[in-house]
Every structure is written in structure tokens, then in C-alpha cells.
Design a protein around this ligand. Structure first.
Ligand code: UDP
Length: 345
């Protein structure tokens, strides 16, 4: 290949939280990037910093209509879908359409261009799992008609059609299953645990923990996840491959970590648990380690701090955050004093 040639990647869902970080990463690696997004839940502002670059193009389009891209395409990344529980409860039919018709259009785009295809699937394919931690050969326990099914089953269909395109039409595909991910550019009101906890803690309001807070999740910082997506796409693997951080925490403890990290006076309040909310979730990442040489590197306390700094600006609590941070560093420089702002490890 000509050494000055820039591979062309198409990122479907490229102005969402994860998609926009992936666009950044691909550009850094010297790819040309076409970002396609309907802006149903993605935000144009997530990629606005890339406008004006000759190697970046934004196309506003719903992938439920056929997708046309000019010129050669080496890789298609399919991340398009509402992805937080609140978003897919709000857009149930759109979520089903994107996971079915949209995924087929995405695969057709890859087939026409002879491109490598990466499907961003999800830990939700395991449903409320009986196997813990979750390995890729576990088939899952999903309620096919519950409120979450619009996402879970759409992603399971996406996996099925991706596997069929590989078997029947020889498309070069890889399926990755993304576990809970956090970081800058999450939407404050997307309903997920972290943005909810951070917004409430900054406002000094009660922090809403669903159920008894003993359900668990394992949170991966977005830069780690994007590195895994990139490695999976550049490998010759077919997957499925879990991508996530195996460090598990209860949601109650996680809420308290956020409160402590902000130094907020907020207290926990226990509210009803959503239907079919998984009780435990933790990836087995042996495959990703072995096949991709990948594992998460950002400890939760660092990732949380970076995410909270982002939300402080986004929510207009920047000066409050600075006051808390200043107070904490003054206490740190006085050795006898105990810091009010602690980040449990
Ligand atoms: N959760 C919570 N309070 C909130 C939002 C979420 O306790 O305000 C819980 C939710 O019920 C789940 C966990 O936090 O047990 C993670 O939820 P999230 O929506 O972030 O992602 P999920 O893993 O359910 O897709």
C-alpha cells in the first residue's frame, strides 16, 4: 500500500458519546473519517471540533435509509443506536429499526465496498445473566418482550445478521460486546447511573439509587474502550469479543464514590428498580487480552475525576468544583488535616 495513503473509516453513530471518541482516535491514527449520525441521541457538538478538517466529514442521516459513501472504504464501524435505557424506552421503535434495517444497511455498505465491518454489540445480549462473570460463549437470559427487549433483541438480531453476512456473503466482520462505559461527552440527562449521580451530586440533591443498590456493574473509561474497538477492527478476529473493565462495584458504592469525589453534601435515596434491570454484570476479558492484547488501563478514580471535570464545565458547576478542589489541596498540604474529598480506590 502507498505509505501516504489514508484508510477511510465510516463511523455510523459517530457523533454519539463513544462514536465521537472513536472518530478522534481514527483521525489520530491517520484515517480519513466519515461520521454518519441521525442526531436522534447523538450530538453534533461532540464532533464540532473536527469541522473544517479535510480528513473529516459529517453526514446527517438515519441508517434506516440506504447508506451511500463515495470512494473506497476500508472499515465500517456500526455504533448507531440509542444506547441508554432511558433513550431506548423513549425511542423503542426507532431502536428496533436501527438494530434491524439499519444494521442490514450498514452491512450492505461494507459488502459493496469490500470493507471490514465492526458491530458494536452490547453486554445486554447476556440479559440478566446466570453466569458470572460473562464469557462470550454464554447465550444469555433476555426477556424477549420486556421494555429492555427493544435494545437487547435488536442487538441480538444485529449479531445474528452480522454472523450470517460473514457466513453467507463472506463479509469480513467482527462483533464486540461493549460493557458499561463512561467518560466525557456523555449526556447529563441520558438517564444512566453516572450522569444522573454526577448531576444530582453537583446540585446537592438526593442521589437516586435504584433498588437496594446491591446490583453490580463494571465501568470502563471511554479511552480504554475506544482502544479496544480500534484493535478489534484492525485485527483479523471475528468475535464476539467482550470489551469492558472487569473491576466490579455495587451501584450504591459507585454512587457514594461520585458524591465523595465531588465533595457533595448529597445523600443516597433508594428508588424503585427498573423492570429486568440486570443484577450483576462483569466481563470476562480473556479473549480481548489474548486475541487483541487489550486490557483497560485507566483506574476508576482517574476516569471518574476526568468525567466529573467534564460535567463541572458542562453543567456550569466549574467554579464550585474548583472551590472543592482548592479546599482539598489546601487540606492535603496540611498533613494533620483529613481531606473531605476522598476517592475510594
Ligand atoms: N441506576 C441507578 N440510578 C440512576 C440510574 C441508574 O441506580 O439514576 C442503576 C440502574 O438501575 C442499573 C445501574 O445503575 O442498575 C446502571 O444503569 P445504567 O442506566 O447506567 O446502565 P445499564 O447497565 O442498566 O445499561
Amino acid at each position: 500500500m502507498n505509505p501516504s495513503y489514508s484508510p477511510h473509516s465510516v463511523v455510523l453513530g459517530g457523533s454519539g458519546f463513544v462514536g465521537s471518541h472513536l472518530c478522534d482516535r481514527l483521525l489520530e491514527a491517520g484515517h480519513r473519517v466519515t461520521c454518519v449520525d441521525s442526531l436522534l441521541t447523538g450530538r453534533r457538538s461532540n464532533v464540532a471540533h473536527l469541522d473544517g478538517r479535510s480528513d473529516f466529514r459529517f453526514v446527517e442521516q438515519d441508517i434506516c435509509s440506504p447508506i451511500a459513501v463515495d470512494g473506497p472504504v476500508e472499515t465500517v464501524f456500526h455504533l448507531a443506536s440509542p444506547a441508554s435505557p432511558k433513550d431506548y424506552y423513549t425511542y423503542p421503535l426507532e431502536t428496533l429499526a436501527t438494530g434491524s434495517t439499519g444494521t442490514r444497511n450498514a452491512l450492505e455498505l461494507a459488502r459493496r465496498h469490500g470493507a471490514r465491518f465492526l458491530l458494536a454489540s452490547t453486554s445486554e445480549v447476556y440479559g440478566d445473566p446466570e453466569i458470572h462473570p460473562q464469557q462470550e460463549d454464554y447465550w444469555g437470559r433476555v426477556n424477549p418482550i420486556g421494555p429492555r427487549s427493544v435494545y437487547d433483541e435488536a442487538k441480538r438480531f444485529s449479531e445474528a445478521i452480522t454472523a450470517a453476512y460473514r457466513r453467507e456473503l463472506d463479509v469480513d466482520t467482527v462483533i464486540v460486546r461493549i460493557f458499561n462505559t463512561y467518560g466525557p461527552r456523555m449526556r447529563a440527562a441520558d438517564g444512566r447511573a453516572l450522569p444522573a449521580f454526577v448531576s444530582q451530586a453537583f446540585a446537592g440533591e438526593p442521589v437516586t439509587v435504584h433498588g437496594d443498590g446491591l446490583q453490580t456493574r463494571s465501568f470502563c473509561f471511554v479511552s480504554d474502550l475506544v482502544d479496544g474497538l480500534f484493535r478489534a477492527a484492525m485485527s483479523g478476529e471475528a468475535g464476539p469479543i467482550n470489551l469492558g473493565n472487569p473491576e466490579e462495584i455495587t451501584i450504591g458504592e459507585f454512587a457514594q464514590e461520585v458524591i465523595d469525589c465531588i465533595g457533595s453534601p448529597s445523600e443516597l435515596v433508594f428508588t424503585p428498580r427498573p423492570v429486568d434491570d440486570p443484577t450483576v454484570r462483569r466481563p470476562d476479558i480473556t479473549r480481548a487480552r489474548t486475541l487483541l492484547g487489550w486490557e483497560p488501563r485507566v483506574p476508576r478514580k482517574d476516569g471518574l475525576k476526568r468525567t466529573i471535570d467534564y460535567f463541572a464545565v458542562e453543567l456550569g458547576f466549574e467554579s464550585a468544583q474548583r472551590r472543592v478542589t482548592d479546599r482539598a489541596s489546601r487540606r492535603r498540604s496540611a498533613p494533620a488535616a483529613r481531606s473531605a474529598v476522598t476517592v475510594p480506590s
